[in-house]
Design a protein around this ligand. Sequence first.
Ligand code: ADP
Length: 541
Amino acid sequence: MLGLMQQLPLLTSSFIQYADRWHGEREIVSRLPDGALHRYTYSDAHRRAKRVANVLQQWGVVPGERVATLAWNTHRHFELYYGIGGCGAVTHTINPRYTPEQITYIVNHAEDTYLFFDSTFLPLVEAIAPHCPSVKGFVLMVGPEQMPQQTSLPNLHSYESLLDNISERFEWPSFDENRTASLCYTSGTTGNPKGVAYSHRSTSLHALVACMPNAMGLGRQDCVLPVVPLFHINAWELPYSCAMAGAKLVLPGPNLDGESLYQLMESEGVTVTAGVPTIWNGLLNYVEANGLSFSTLKKVGTGGSACPKATTRVLHEKHGLQVMHGWGMTETSSLVTLNTATAKEQGIGMEDYCDLMAMQGPPVWGSDIKVVDEQGGEMPRDGKSAGELMVKGHWICSEYYQKGERALNEDGWFATGDVAVITPEGNLHLTDRLKDMIKSGGEWISSVELEDIAMAHPKVEQAAVIGVAHPKWDERPLLIVKTKAGEDVSKQALLNSFEGNIAKWSMPDDVIFLQELPLGATGKIHKLTLREQFKNHYCRD
Ligand code: ADP
């Protein structure tokens, strides 16, 4: 017997329609690339998203066609999410931190037909345009008065002029919920970036689960500042979840330094924020250096790379914030597991809490995880047996866009390339990425564990540990550090902080100090660059 319920496809347009109808006056505040603050409501955003859809329709954009964005977290980018995806086209968010060659590859691979971009990226777009024949038109996301006097770009429009000159009447079409809503390319540390195509259905389920209390717990009372970029994995679904929850949204634009974020959080009353750990270190450094505190912030989502225990401690102990430590990747639409434990609820001290929060938590509903040995056999959940992490679920990639190859094994699990254990309590604990593990004299060393110890040193701002070829041991760990501004620490003092914390043979053999550590396209330390730069460090003769 079939259920006798209404059949409505799960489409992203339903989120903005809902937000307009029931939370229409809730604000969306965004900081523009020129620093100005822009303020409007969900209802305004909905009207403008409809104008975007009308523009695309006027241009003859058909369902499934890829329309690209190269933009920061601003209200215009938010409108494009809904305007492009809502009319059946595909919102292809491009990460501007890729090299121009990678961006050209991505645009050509996706066969984007239109490209919307922020003014910051004008030189980049001018440089790649001649090599992107599929792009028929370019839209600079500014008003007519800010358009450049001269440009090599053919068919360049002003976003605001386009919207001003078109109707805001548009009926969102209904279509198969399995059609693609958005497309995002992974950075592909080997080979070319690969496209992951998120469906309306996967996005809807994922955004809904992200609102649950044991996920990010979002509601109308919240004011959410996604530091995670809208150009990478749909900003962990927050532009969708916030509309579903009716939460106020604060979009920070390009300035993600500690001072800019802190001021925005305080002036707008932000309660929830989310981003990668390097962002939290920058924010905390600013807050600590100026003796400040957070007056409205309650929860900090962190993910994308391991969150150092020292960071968790300051956030929770000093500032009373709830840390939400999650794991996910481009292929999993972001969030798969999330650790939302607090020291109070667990009845544990700060030391134990920091240990617990180094784990990425249990999976949320809709996805499942296991760790397997080299033969693919499931390993026990004993907190000790490390193996490759496999995932399965409603928002996990099944194949890459236009690659014609299945991304799943025969049993329908996706192999993540991450190494992890699962504890008896069901917490995922990532040990490392397979490619970042260091093999020394036949034993594996976790770079994450060593980085965590280095980051606990009060004078260290950033730390990375890489495996470097060694004539005797195959590979040995090398510690690379950026110290906090104005701080100085000796090699020996740093190495001493490892004593007693780990086995002697897994201690780094040397320390390098750098002014800046190279960051990759997703804001994480780019170990590939460091490995290349220091590949001969232990074999110089
Ligand atoms: P990129 O590969 O460019 O970094 P992704 O965002 O897809 O882009 O990266 C996903 C990877 O980031 C995961 O496979 C994992 O190695 C790492 N990662 C994600 N979350 C965490 C976390 N909480 N702790 C440690 N590593 C993480």
